[in-house]
Design a protein around this ligand. Structure first.
Ligand SMILES: C[C@@H](N)C(=O)N[C@H](C)C(=O)O
Ligand SMILES: [Zn+2]
Length: 200
């Protein structure tokens, strides 16, 4: 696969690659993340660039939490899910969902679109300050509250989610029912390939 470093193409896109750190639902650095980089297919980079420039008109920009995810990272998630004793970061990431239901309920996939190189987890930031807009729940907060259809958040939070979805859809992405931050390029170039190379 030809995967491209998004920041090398569009330096104004911010990154906080949480699976490279221990601040994620597992509570440890995830296998396969050797660098805190956002790698995506050329086609997805082109579409993300379009979304970034559209947002820049409003003084906003994108911040990515995860992009290409190697299959070995997904396998790490699967291994972690089997150890029901290990609930280190439950309070922050999945307080309401039993650990053994996270895959079943669609919050984590054993075969993830991220491994195909055209899916990303993203939010909106103020272009000047870099401060994140309030989306009503944090990235990878596995709960009904994170569903894009969830109505029990403020009008401003709903508007922020709507703006992100609208800009990403206009750029060629489709969202996920369970997570406001997750988008896949509709015309993805490697639709049936799950890559194994590490992020580096
Ligand atoms: C784990 C979360 N960030 C995510 O990306 N979930 C979807 C369902 C996936 O694993 O593809
Ligand atoms: Zn995702």
């Amino acid at each position: 696969a030809e995967l491209v470093d998004v920041v090398a193409q569009v330096p104004s896109i911010q990154t906080e690659i949480r699976y490279f750190t221990a601040d994620n639902f597992v509570g440890k650095k995830i296998d396969g993340y050797l660098a805190p980089k956002c790698l995506l297919s050329k086609e997805a980079v082109k579409a993300v660039t379009k979304a970034q420039y559209a947002l820049n008109e409003f003084g906003l920009g994108l911040k990515v939490f995860d992009c290409y995810r190697p299959q070995m990272a997904v396998d790490h998630f699967v291994r972690w899910a089997k150890d029901l004793e290990d609930t280190k970061n439950k309070a922050k990431y999945y307080p309401e969902v039993p650990k053994n239901e996270l895959f079943k309920r669609g919050y984590i996939a054993a075969r993830s679109g991220h491994s195909r190189g055209s899916t990303l987890d993203v939010t909106l930031v103020d272009l000047v300050t870099g401060v994140e807009l309030d989306m009503g729940s944090g990235w990878d907060f596995f709960s009904k509250v994170s569903w894009p259809s969830y109505q029990g958040i403020s009008a401003q939070q709903r508007a922020n989610r709507k703006l992100l979805a609208k800009v990403m859809r206009s750029a060629g992405f489709i969202g996920l029912t369970e997570e406001w931050w997750h988008f896949t390029l509709i015309d993805e170039p490697y639709a049936d390939q799950y890559f194994t190379l590490p992020v580096k």
